[in-house]
Each structure stands twice: as structure tokens, then as C-alpha cells.
Design a protein around this ligand. Structure first.
Ligand SMILES: Cc1ncc(COP(=O)(O)O)c(C=O)c1O
Length: 386
């Protein structure tokens, strides 16, 4: 097999609708937060069926703002998973908290809720699950645990716009959810994200910190009937989304259900192709009713059955013009977190095992069946020699 073009593991779907909207936005003369952000936020509210939704410049910014609502004091703890992108932990640090890590369930790659319960102390203020690769954490069990211990839940939904848990869309229920619109995610605004909040108070707090602590929308400040004067009520950040980004988001959100459908078709096709391969352990969703967003399709390599190591495979498949992703290294083994909290190898064996064996296969809505066959064929040659 010879591909003439490189197949990346992820690629955003950009149509004429996005291109025209961005052009219109640029020609309108209004580039930063303005009418398109307002329109996008209204569409997000309708999508989630929630009143308190706002856009941000990234999910990282959104997680930071969400954590600030907890008013964490030195020594306060937030429980999260060792297997995530490091933004989940870093933002806990930025908000003044202490990340307390737990291991993953090796079947779902999501945080193990039994371990969460054991990690709760009098200093615990929140639980921060990650719906890994688009597979939901069990919201019933999660919120039962949070209610029992009077804890706030901040859901890192960076992978999971479009995911449903027992018939409920993530973001439609619960405390605070933060979504990412990075180009590799299920829909994109370039960089960007959004926050869904259960209370107006929490959203108002996040809104103030989103833009310099200024107590009103900058958009109104520059409008014909707006006033140029404002007050600053807190030392806020600059985490607002631009209209250029929202121009993408408006059309991406409208297309999202179709993106998730195609992701599911591709994931099912990978499952079917690999079902008898003993060299892989295939990803499975949780064993309750759910809609997986398949942000990532991550098989684990069984080293004892494979002629090559995972790292060699990641390198060698590039010879076939195919790129695999890798999500992620186990966070407790990063230098900062080892030094700050004394974490060490062996602390979270399932996360470590996952990090040694995981790879993200190409999966994005415009990937064709022929592209997918190229991936399967290249893996067949490297792993099975034919
Ligand atoms: C689990 C998780 N949380 C948070 C983020 C941060 O998202 P963003 O890039 O939008 O800041 C990412 C990004 O990859 C992620 O994977």
C-alpha cells in the first residue's frame, strides 16, 4: 500500500459554511467578542438545554475559571485522574489547590470512582473527572458520591462534546462542565472552549474573571449606545473567545451530531477489523447505556504478542504516510508533580500501563473508508508481517 498524502490522527472538518462565516466576520470589522459569540453562546445553550453557558479562549481557561469558583485555600484538595492532559492538573495548581490523583479503571480509561471515595479527606473540595476519549464516567455514581460528601463536581469534558450517559448529553445535567474546541477535538473554533454551569452565581463569577474582572461585557462598552467607562471588581484574566472563533463554532455545532455519527461508524469499523487480533486490547466503553463520542480510538498494544514495541510502531507507521497520536503520559510522573507531591513510578499502575501501550488511531469525520483501510493495512504489515 502506498499513500501519496499523509493521514494525520485528527483533522478538523471545515466547509464553505465556516469559510464564508469567517470571511463575513472579518469584513464586518468586528473581530473580537461580539455578536457571533453571542449567537454561538445562544446555540450552545439550546444544545445543552441549560441557561448558564459561556464561551472561553480554551478549555484550559475554562477549567481555571471553574476551579476559581471553589475559592480554594492552601492545602485544599481536588481529586482527579492520573491519566489526562496535564491542563487538568495545572489548572488546579493555578487556582491554589492541590491535585490529588487516582488511578484509572483499565477497561474504560476513566477515573476509578472507588479510589476517588478512598481519596476523600476533610480538605477535599471537588472531584474533577475526565470523560476520557469521549467515554462517559457514570454520572449517577459520580454525583451520588459527590452529594454524599458535599463536594462540587467540575467535569473535564474536553474530549466529550456529543457524549451521552444513560440518555443524557454531557453538559445537560450536573454541576460545572468544561468543553474544548481545540482543532483535534469533536468540533472546533481553532482554539476555544465553553463552560456550562448549574448556577447563575457561578457563571457570573466566571464571567467576571474571564475578562479582566470588568463588571460588564466589553462588547457593550464599544457599542454605539455603550459607555466607555467600567469598574474592575477582581484581578481577572483575558480568557474571552473572539468572533472569528465563534464564526467557526456556529457551523461546527450545527454539524456536530453528524460528526459524532461518523466517528461511531469509524470506531465500529476498527472494532470489526481488529476483533481477532491478539496483538491489541480494544477500547471498550463503560458497561452502561451510553453514546461514546469516540474523540479518540485507543487500542492497547499487547507487547508479548507484538513483533515491535509501541514506540517503534508509532515511528514506523510514518513510513506508510500515516500518523498515530499518543494520549497521554501519566501525569504523576512529570518532574513537577513528582517533586511537588512525591509521586513515583508504581503509584498508579493502570495509568502507567495504559501510557506504555496506548496509541490513538486516525479518526475524524472526513476520513474515508479507504483511508481507514490504509491504517488497518499498515498495522497488519507492521504487526503481523503481511
Ligand atoms: C482532558 C483534557 N483536558 C483539558 C484539555 C485542554 O483543552 P484546551 O486545549 O482547549 O485548553 C485537553 C486538551 O487536549 C484535554 O485533553
Amino acid at each position: 500500500m502506498t499513500r501519496t498524502t499523509f493521514l494525520p490522527f485528527a483533522k478538523p472538518t471545515i466547509t464553505d459554511k465556516e469559510l464564508n462565516e469567517v470571511r463575513d466576520c472579518l469584513e464586518s470589522g468586528w473581530l473580537t467578542t461580539g455578536p457571533r459569540v453571542e449567537k454561538f453562546e445562544a446555540a450552545l445553550k439550546a444544545y445543552f438545554g441549560r441557561d448558564h453557558v459561556m464561551t472561553v479562549s480554551s478549555a484550559t481557561a475554562g477549567l481555571h475559571l471553574a476551579l476559581l469558583t471553589l475559592n480554594l485555600q492552601p492545602g485544599d484538595e481536588v481529586i482527579t485522574t492520573a491519566m489526562t492532559f496535564v491542563a487538568t492538573l495545572n489548572t488546579i495548581e493555578h487556582a491554589g489547590g492541590r491535585p490529588v490523583l487516582v488511578d484509572i479503571d483499565p477497561n474504560t480509561y476513566n477515573m476509578d470512582l472507588n479510589q476517588v471515595e478512598r481519596a476523600i479527606t476533610p480538605r477535599t473540595k471537588a472531584i474533577m473527572p475526565v470523560h476520557y476519549a469521549g467515554a462517559p464516567v457514570d454520572l449517577d455514581d459520580l454525583y451520588a458520591l459527590a452529594d454524599k460528601h458535599n463536594l462540587t463536581v467540575i467535569e473535564d469534558c474536553a474530549h466529550a462534546i456529543g457524549t451521552e450517559c444513560k440518555g443524557k448529553r454531557l453538559g445537560s445535567t450536573g454541576h460545572i462542565q468544561v468543553f474544548s474546541f481545540h482543532p483535534n477535538k469533536n468540533m472546533t473554533t481553532g482554539e476555544g472552549g465553553c463552560i456550562v454551569s448549574h448556577t447563575k452565581e457561578a457563571l457570573d463569577h466566571m464571567k467576571i474573571f474571564r475578562f479582566h474582572g470588568i463588571s460588564k461585557d466589553s462588547f457593550n462598552r464599544f457599542a454605539k449606545d455603550g459607555s466607555p467607562f467600567y469598574d474592575v471588581v477582581a484581578p481577572g484574566f483575558k480568557y474571552n473567545m473572539m468572533d472569528i472563533q465563534a464564526a467557526l463554532g456556529i457551523h461546527q455545532l450545527a454539524a456536530l451530531d453528524g460528526f459524532i455519527d461518523r466517528r461511531n461508524v469509524l470506531a465500529r469499523q476498527y472494532h470489526a477489523a481488529f476483533k481477532d487480533w491478539d496483538v491489541f486490547t480494544l477500547p471498550q466503553g463503560p458497561d452502561f447505556d451510553h453514546l461514546h463520542a469516540w474523540h479518540l480510538y485507543i487500542p492497547l498494544l499487547n507487547a508479548d504478542k507484538s513483533p515491535v514495541s509501541r514506540d517503534t510502531l508509532l515511528a514506523r507507521i510514518k513510513d506508510y504516510n500515516i500518523g498515530l497520536g499518543f494520549h497521554y503520559q501519566a501525569c504523576h510522573l512529570f518532574t513537577y508533580y513528582k517533586n511537588a507531591y512525591g509521586y513515583k513510578e508504581g503509584d498508579f499502575p493502570h495509568a502507567e500501563n495504559f501510557a506504555q501501550r496506548a496509541m490513538s488511531l486516525p479518526l475524524f469525520p472526513t476520513m474515508t473508508d479507504a483511508d481507514q483501510q490504509d491504517v488497518i493495512d499498515a498495522l497488519q504489515i507492521i504487526l503481523k508481517g503481511s
